[in-house]
Design a protein around this ligand. Structure first.
Ligand code: NAD
Ligand code: DAU
Length: 350
């Protein structure tokens, strides 16, 4: 089986590739990634000598490139993660989100359709999406199901919602075999330190302020990233074509409660006085259009395919802290920008 993963040098993609290669000895994976600021080949350092793994630098916004690329190789399946993924960046520069997340996905669908035309049997296009397409839930009430109407609010979630619609349209119009999953907030190793958990770990480590938006009351449903990789694997092999599956941790935390827990773990690990990291919390101006609460009903995935999360948040957060503290070089390279030399050092000039 030859699988293409797009966005494999990012946070979730790198875990997914590692999971697939570990779980399926008969599987080869090609990783197509343009290496934006979020793409880091050091996330896959342990796999680079594997004969079953290959990296190709390429941009999904370049439709001509994709047509040539897919004409050369007929992949058995494609798992599409490449995206601009950070809500705050989408507020600052929405166009990049439309280009990559919407147009890039349409380019990919066109190239795959051309490559597979007439022979869809045994093939699958798997689109990795987000719970943010469903909008915002009121505090303490309701869950997102697969039937919840789309109601995106940020440019990021609007672009992901649009890409989901295109994927479904290619299934309905051309019969392309697709599946979509919408997942809640992921956390774990290799997450770029602009997202809440790694940003705050890094700031606590260096004694910097922890900028909590608004009153810190917004709620997210956190999932250990390896559980997301395992869910994608389960859906890839056992899900039904044309279906959507929600993936979530059954694990809601307000930002302030999460940050207090994180501070306690950090104080313990760094040998600091209890309560000292909490003093770094600084309430700042709220994110524009900040969604109040996300919470996933993942019962379809549990009942139909038997997937459930594997670890508690307390365990996962402690593992995450330990990983960042013992991988100071990775964090230092990412925060200094030195990680961007990795491609040229290993693959030659960009
Ligand atoms: P990430 O930002 O860490 O990684 C994105 C990857 O895509 C990077 O390697 C980047 O170089 C690559 N990329 C970006 N633009 C590209 C382009 N034009 N061409 C080729 N490659 C490009 O993102 P992530 O957090 O790993 O998220 C991966 C996917 O999962 C995204 O589609 C995101 O919407 C979705 N998702 C993320 C979460 C989460 O909590 N992080 C939750 C649910 C769904
Ligand atoms: O729900 C899934 C989504 O989760 C994914 O689709 C996105 O790709 C991913 O980035 C994430 O989006 P969020 O906006 O929820 O994640 P983020 O880590 O940016 O923020 C989590 C919460 O913390 C959110 O309520 C905003 C808040 N926050 C975030 C940052 C970076 C702060 O209070 N301060 C901060 O500095």
């Amino acid at each position: 089986m030859h699988l293409l993963v797009t966005g494999g040098a990012g946070f979730i993609g790198s875990h997914l590739i590692r999971y697939f290669l570990g779980a399926h000895g008969d599987c080869r994976v090609t990783n197509l990634d343009s290496l934006t600021y979020a793409g880091n080949l050091a996330n896959l350092r342990d796999l680079e000598d594997s004969s079953r793994y290959c990296f190709v630098k390429g941009d999904i916004t370049d439709g001509d490139f994709l047509m040539r690329f897919f004409a050369e190789t007929r992949f058995d399946g494609v798992i599409h993660l490449a995206a601009e993924s950070h809500v705050d960046r989408s507020i600052a520069n929405p166009t990049a989100f439309a280009e990559t997340n919407v147009l890039g996905t349409v380019n990919l669908l066109n190239a795959i359709k051309a490559s597979w035309e007439g022979d869809f049997s045994g093939r699958l296009f798997y689109h990795v999406s987000t719970d943010e397409v469903y909008g915002s839930l009121p505090a303490g009430e309701g869950l997102f199901t697969e039937e919840t109407p789309y109601d995106p609010h940020s440019p990021y979630s609007a672009s992901k919602a649009s890409s989901d619609h295109f994927v479904r349209a290619y299934h309905d119009t051309y019969g392309l075999p697709v599946v979509i999953s919408n997942c809640s907030n992921n956390y774990g190793p290799f997450q770029f330190p602009e997202k809440l958990i790694p940003l705050f770990i890094n700031n606590i480590k260096s004694g910097k302020a922890l900028p909590l938006y608004g009153k810190g009351e917004n709620v997210r449903d956190w999932l250990w990233v390896e559980d997301h990789a395992r869910a994608i694997d389960t859906i890839y092999y056992h899900g039904k074509i044309g279906e959507t599956y929600n993936i979530g941790g059954h694990n809601e935390w307000s930002n302030i409660s999460l940050v207090r827990l994180l501070c306690r773990i950090m104080d313990d690990r760094l040998g600091r006085n209890a309560g000292s990291s909490e003093e770094l919390i600084s309430f700042v101006t709220d994110r524009a259009g900040h969604d109040m609460r996300y919470a996933i009903d993942a019962s379809k995935l549990k009942q139909e395919l038997g997937w459930v999360p594997s670890i508690t948040f307390e365990e996962g957060l402690a593992k995450t802290v330990d990983w960042y503290l013992s991988n100071g070089d990775w964090l230092e390279e990412v925060t200094s920008g030195a990680y961007q030399d990795y491609y040229e050092d290993h693959y030659g000039k960009r």
